[in-house]
Every structure is written in C-alpha cells, then in structure tokens.
Design a protein around this ligand. Sequence first.
Ligand code: FE2
Length: 619
Amino acid sequence: MSSTPRHPLPHAPAPEMNAQRRRLLGGLGAALGVAGGGLGLSWATPALAATGVAWQSWGTGALPIDTRNLRTDSARVFDLSVSSADPSLTGVILWTHITPGAWRAGEALYLQVALDAQFQTLLLQAVVGAEDVAQLQAQRDGTERIDLDGQLPATLAGGPYFYRFIYDGTVSRTGRCRTLSSAGSALKQLKLGLLTCQDYTNGYYGALAHLARDESIDFVLHLGDFIYETAGDPRFQSLPFADRAFTLPSGGVVAMNLADYRALYHRYRSDANLQAAMERHTFICVPDDHETANDCYWDYARDTLGAPDHPYTTDPAYGNSAALLKQLKLDSQRAWSEYVPARVTHNPLATHPHEALKIWRRFQFGSFLDLFMIENRSWRSAHACGEAQWGGRYLPATSCTAYTASSQTLLGATQLNWLREGLTQSTAQWKLMGNQTLFSRLAITFAGAQVAPINIDAWDGFQAERQALTSALKEAKVRNFVVATGDLHTYIASQLRHNFGNVNNLDVANQIGVEFMTPAVTSSNLGEMLGAKLTPAQRTLLMQGLAAPAVKTLNPHIQYFNSNQQGYSTLEFTTNWVEWTAYAVDKAISDPAVARTCVARQRKFVDWPWMVAQSTQGL
Ligand SMILES: [Fe+2]
C-alpha cells in the first residue's frame, strides 16, 4: 500500500467567501488571541496521561520557530498522520503521533487551526512543551491528544476547520475537522458515515478511500472492531493478503499485552486509506470486542475479563488466570485511549478496568438529533448458555433459555439507566443509538415464536434488558428512534419491534424504530466463513439464494440481509426522513480507485413506523 497516492488537500473556500470569512475571523481570531490569556496560559490538563495532553494557547501571533521553510516529508515525524474526533459545540479532539525516531529532547510540538487549508486565517495555535512531549513519548507511546473544547467559535455550520502539527521543523499533513453546529432547531440535515470491523490482515481499505473522498459526510461513526486482537489467526484470517501480514511483538497471533495492542493500532493506523479517512472526517468511535478479545464480556463471578477464545483462557499454560485477564483488559483500554481519540477520561493508574475507562457518551446536534454512543463489552455478563461457540454463544442448545433471564445485562445498570433516561427525555427530533451488536432479533422461529436465537453474543442474549429498554421507549412514546450497529460483518436493515413475536406489521404501537447494520470494511462475512470451500460464485449463490430469504422469512422484521460483501454505509437524516445507503467495495483490490456499488438503500419517513426500500440505480 506504500504506493497508494494521497488525496489532495481539502478545497479552499471560494475567494469571495474567503474574504468574508477572513473579516469575520479577524475579529474572532483576535478575540481568541486575547482570550488565550485566560484560556491557554494555565495548563489545560494537569493530569497528563489521564485526559490527554497539557497544552498552552499561543494566540494567533508568530510562533517562536521559523515556519517559512518547513519540511513536508511529514511521515518522517508524524508517521500515523493526524485525526480529529468527538466534536463539541466549541471544539474537537485533535490527534497525532510522533514516531520515536523523530523525537528530540528540548523540542516542543505546535498546532495550528485555521479556517482555510492554506492557514491564512488562523483561529488558534497551541504548543505542547518539550518536557510534556518527552513524557508523552514515555507514557502514551508518542500519541498526542489535544482537546480544543471551548476554544473554537460556536458557529451555525460547525466548520469545517483545518489543522496541522509542526515538530522539529516538519509540518504534518493537513486535517479537516468539524464541530457540532450551533444551529439548534434550524439544523435540517446531517449525514454520517458508518464503519465497523476493519480487519487489516483480511483485505484492503478501498471502502475507507471512498469514505475519505465523500464530501457530503459530516461525521463518521466507528462502531467497533477498529483493530482485531489477532494477526494471522487461521480461524478467520486465512485470506491471501501477504502484504497485510505482520507479527506481534510477543511473537504469537493473539495480543497478549500492552506492547501487542500498541503494535496493532500502529499497524492499522499506518494504512494510507484509513489515514485519509481520518484526516478528512471527524470520527466518533466506540470499541467492540476485538479491541480486547473475541466475544469478550465481564466475568462477574471472578471480577475479571471473560475472553473465551483468548490463550489466557484456553491455553493450560496460563491457567485461566483472572489476574492476567484483568491486566489484558487494562492493556487494551490503555492502547485504545492512546490510539483512538475520544473525549473520555482514561486513568492509567487504575487497577480495575471499570475504574480505568468509561466510554459511553452523548452528542447533541441541536434539537435535530441526539446521538447516544453506547459500549457493549465492559459491563456485559457472561454468555447465558456457556462459552462454547456452537451450542453456547451461537445457536444455543434448545435446552437452554437463560438468555431471557433478567440477570443478563449487556450495558450494566448505570449505562442502561443513562441510556433509558436520555432516550425517553430527549426532545430532539431524531434519537440515534450508536451500538455494537445486533439489537434486532435474529432467530429460528415458528409462527412468529422464537425457537432459538442464532447469536446470543448480541442483544438476543440479553432479551430482558432489551425488553426493558423498548418498554421504556414504548411507554414514553419515543418516536424516530434509530439504531446504527456493526459487529456481524453483514448488511442488515430491520424494523425494531417491542415484541418481535408480534408479526402484525400494522400494530403501530409495537414498532419501536429501525436498525441499520453497517457491513464490515474487510472482516470475513458469513458467506466467507460458511462457504470457505466454495468458489466465490457458489458462495454468492448460497448466500443470496438461501440465507437472505431464510433469514427474512424467519425474521419478518428484517427488510434487508446480505452477508456476502464488504464496504461501508451512510446514514442521512433530514427533517422528513432518515435514509441508509449501503455500499460494497471489493476488499481484494488494493487500488483506492476501486469501484463502489450501492447494494441497498432504505428510507424511513419521520413519524412513519416502516422503512421503504429505495432504488439503488446510479448510486
Ligand atoms: Fe468484527
């Protein structure tokens, strides 16, 4: 992928707009420069490793370095480029990484944010002192996370803004970021890119190249599996992409410690297409299981991580050690907080994962849309029917129905209460839940009744909690509830029902909302896993001819089901409708100019309970 061409810098504003903005921002910039005395002269974050990076505002005056002849071989210093995350009304988190070989004692890091890609209209400059840069190299693996909340003007449009870092005479690539719009009820449109499951070893990120080029996207939601904890695991990573293979520091194929997780993030974030997507869009990320270990959960009985397929559990040499598993969770949390920017507080000194990191959070797009990003893996209880794959986690034995028990929790009580209160009290037109595992029922059924769920690693394994949530939504008459989901390496569009056994589509009170599952970027889908011995054509036939109709017949709330391709999707909200548009991009093609095909488009009109399939022609 090293020959992949970079994308051009973002468009500069039109000249007349530029002049207008410059006048406007002349005032704003000056105001921020003055305000910098209050905003920036004290260290922003004293707890360095906990919340990010201590930095000082430099106003908009000349930096104490020569910026006329900066080196532009940015990867020499900023090997993982730049990215932005977690918009607020007046800020965003900016991220970069200084490669260890480029670190020099006594060298400070500078940041510039401007209204234009040429940095003519500076909004603010910041400096991270040389001593702090040195500490970040030691404590955060060289990752820098600067939270600008409170520093940018609250504007109707929420940007875009442009930013770059400068270190040791070298300038980074230019990133583009957005803040939340201050338009409130005047906001009439929002378009989100949706991503999940980007197994680096399992293909190329052409989908991310397309996403990077899509100028219509406002923000990107990453719903988990940003990394996989494995590198070349023959169970599901046996596809022939030799140039995507790599070795973990510990020498095995599964992450065992902090160094392994850091190496995984470093490798993933070295990808040119992922870098382009993260340079061009502001991301909002939550982890799923593979940021730690496959199908992981919290083992309340032993007060440690449950990781049924991890060597610490399965290899007798490690004795299923509770201490090793707890440390593994802590290591994965730490690496995530270093390499995936988010406005969350990570405490690296915590010895219990529940005290180290809280990930769920809310983003309010005025009165137009409330986004609740939830986290499925840190508080969920063990799989209800045991940890065996078949007969346990997937398609449990019919003798076990413990997945309906009220003791099964996916979110934990605190997160569930936060979510329930937030959703039922929200006055926004749209309520969006950023979710990991499938919320809808996916089961073998008879006459509408559930015979056996197919995957109780998802919400089907926590049916009482799901019902508690949908009961609250039903009671509060919450309308326009939308769930965006990842995890299953499948495209799904589904009606959400309070009682999935009630197949009467006209029972409007039973309709809770809609769910859209975005496909994997590269990870093996069900077609590949079930049809490993078939040719691609046979596999397509199997999945299209058998799986989708069977799934839809047994689960009539599912309107679209496709587990035969990879790609990404978008979710566009207007005051009249929400529309999910799903694309397929061939993961076997390394050229970022790879073709993109629209495979599904579903629209739900506001206050109307059902979704309607739309044409995919010409998209
Ligand atoms: Fe995945």
